[in-house]
Design a protein around this ligand. Sequence first.
Ligand SMILES: *Cc1c(COP(=O)(O)O)cnc(C)c1O
Length: 265
Amino acid sequence: MSEIDVVKGLRIVRERIQAASKNRGPELREVQPRLVAVSKTKPKELIIKAYEYGQRNFGENYVQELVDKGHDTEIIEKCSDIKWHFIGRLQRNKVSKVVSVPGLYLVETVDSDKLATALDAAWAKQKGETAKLKVMAQINTSGEEEKNGCTPEEAIQLVKHIVDKCPNLELVGLMTIGKFGYDLSKGPNPDFICLKNVRDQVCQALGTGSNRLELSMGMSDDFEHAIEMGSTNVRVGSSIFGHREKLSAAHIDSVSEGTKNVSVS
Ligand SMILES: *Cc1c(COP(=O)(O)O)cnc(C)c1O
């Protein structure tokens, strides 16, 4: 029954993306935003089902889960054209695990020079410098302590480092998570405005046109608004795959008798 839900969830999200795309300014109307189906904590059966329904881009934000799913023989066999996006916190000692994943398409969460350099080296080793690895710079637009990403002020330095010093990486855009629970009745989301402004500054510094860099912003609660604001890459989990428990709750579950009803899927 959950299989039907995924197809229905995907269909509805796609329709909402289409509708939101029509509300964009003329300069963006031709750009079809990419839907990244965020499958973290969800079983491979649902990924395969979504793939069979035409979904190609999937997002994971725990390294080990990406590694397990990315190397899963059934997924490799049935989803030969899958495109994995890594959207979680990445530590430098884990980069070789991430780049080993077949089907790795885009690392959205590069937030420091050191991480970029480590990814650059790991990718060269993995792929022998034949193709570049697509990356985005993650910007902490809300200034919240617990969010990753470089500050908006550090963005130019970071993108220049990627472009000038990391020959095996291709910078394709900027990504933000932003504050949860922003009340849209207060007007356009300041995180999305901030990311757009950072893109303008960064593109000017790089000497390229603003539309050369993508914007990864928008999740289940606000992807339509993000698209209207110019997002080219929305990361949608629960609206497709249903509600999920936090992994930490699930881990607690495995050691605690009292909360047996909490489960990952
Ligand atoms: C989990 C996650 C999402 C998807 O969140 P939903 O609210 O379930 O759509 C998007 N981006 C990142 C970075 C995430 O960790």
